[in-house]
Write a protein that binds this ligand. Structure first.
Ligand SMILES: [Zn+2]
Length: 68
């Protein structure tokens, strides 16, 4: 019979993202459309992913952060 109950948990769980983080990547910058590349100035209080591209209607992303 094997006993598999000998699992060791790693570090006990490190939590905390280093810096306090907060909202977004800071003020300023642009939102960019991942679809067509259109850029619009980021509006404070409006996350880029809630902004739709004026060209193609795709939800935009923060410039510099490209999924894929
Ligand atoms: Zn677009």
């Amino acid at each position: 019979m094997r006993g598999l109950g000998n699992r060791s948990f790693g570090g006990g769980g490190r939590r905390g993202m280093g810096r306090g983080g907060g909202a977004g990547a800071g003020p300023g910058g642009n939102c960019v459309c991942p679809q067509c590349g259109t850029k619009v100035p980021h509006q404070p209080g409006v996350p880029c992913f809630q902004v739709k591209c004026p060209q193609c209607g795709t939800n935009m992303v923060r410039e510099g952060i490209t999924p894929l």
